[in-house]
Design a protein around this ligand. Structure first.
Ligand SMILES: Nc1ncnc2c1ncn2[C@@H]1O[C@H](COP(=O)(O)OP(=O)(O)O)[C@@H](O)[C@H]1O
Ligand SMILES: [Mg+2]
Length: 291
């Protein structure tokens, strides 16, 4: 008697609970109200499933924020492309479709401070986390410190394995702080392990020509860059600091810094790309004139 009295709505509720779809369950009443108001069946199904996917993605993101050490939530939707016209929106949109992760390609954001390198690296990591991939974030210095600590504790192999495992590793801030030669060696081993195995997203305020100075070893820097850019998307951002957007005069003064510091910046060494990627990144990878 009781079962017969259960309305279809109740049965759907029970089904959604059975399928462990709390997002859809919560949205059910609202979606059915829309159907009563004239929404089509396909619209209703799309909205119901969409509610479940949103909840799942949020949960994945929360879990990733705990385990990945991402320092903040920065998304593509928050990024103001009109502020940074040197960035090709199509290239960034296409990277956020995550094909590069499938192909185990790398992404390198180059450019001066404040232009959105970390923001875009994090937004790629968030997109990847929401799609169920494991991601990990560290500044170059943090990653090297953790490798050095692991080495002294006799756990280097284990740490290397842990950092090789994520589908996407963000290595932020290459170039702000000098690295010891031993540290650079450990980092090289990490990149060597990840090479053609999983994608790494890197950011740097220094052009490749200066990575030898950053890593304290020109030969190793060349070998590192060689592996990194083999399958790689280079996004070269030229523009003003978003942090300084309300301080135009100060920003101009800082950008009038010594020419030799910037003349050699952001010139990629060698890269193999598909035709489409070549077109999308050619503009970004052309070196700035001596400005
Ligand atoms: N184009 C942009 N639109 C919106 N926010 C931006 C943009 N560029 C940078 N930001 C914000 O400005 C701050 C500095 O950007 P960040 O990505 O850390 O710069 P970088 O890593 O290049 O030094 C961050 O809070 C970031 O979210
Ligand atoms: Mg940064």
């Amino acid at each position: 008697m009781k079962a017969a009295a259960r309305s279809r709505r109740d049965r759907i509720r029970a089904q959604l609970a059975d399928l462990k779809m709390p997002g859809a369950l919560e949205a059910l009443d609202e979606v059915l109200a829309k159907v009563d108001g004239g929404a089509t069946a396909s619209e209703a199904i799309e909205e119901l499933l969409g509610a479940q996917i949103t909840l799942r993605n949020n949960r994945r993101l929360q879990a990733a924020m705990r385990s990945s050490r991402l320092p903040a939530i920065k998304t593509l939707a928050d990024f103001d492309f009109s502020f940074q016209p040197s960035i090709k929106r199509e290239q960034i949109d296409s990277l956020h479709e995550l094909g590069f992760l499938e192909r185990r390609e790398n992404v390198i954001f180059l450019g001066p401070p404040g232009v959105g390198k970390t923001h875009l690296a994090i937004s790629l990591a968030i997109e990847a986390a929401q799609s169920g991939r494991r991601v990990y974030y560290g500044t170059l210095v943090d990653l090297i410190t953790s490798l050095e600590e692991a080495k002294s504790a006799g756990k280097f192999g284990h740490r290397l394995k842990t950092l090789t495992y994520p589908s996407l590793l963000v290595v932020d801030e290459i170039g702000y702080l000098p690295i010891s030669q031993t540290g650079a060696m450990l980092f090289f081993q990490l990149i060597n392990r990840r090479y053609e195995h999983a994608s790494t997203v890197l950011t740097s305020n220094k052009g490749f020509e200066e990575w030898g100075d950053v890593l304290g070893d020109d030969v190793m820097a060349a070998a590192l860059i060689d592996r990194l850019v083999h399958h790689c998307h280079i996004v070269n951002i030229r523009g003003n600091s978003y942090r300084m957007r309300h301080h135009t005069e100060l920003s101009k003064a800082l950008h009038a810094a010594p020419a030799e510091q910037r003349s050699s910046l952001h010139r990629p060494r060698r890269t193999t790309k598909t035709k489409k990627e070549k077109t999308t990144s050619r503009r970004g990878s052309s070196p700035p004139p001596n400005v």
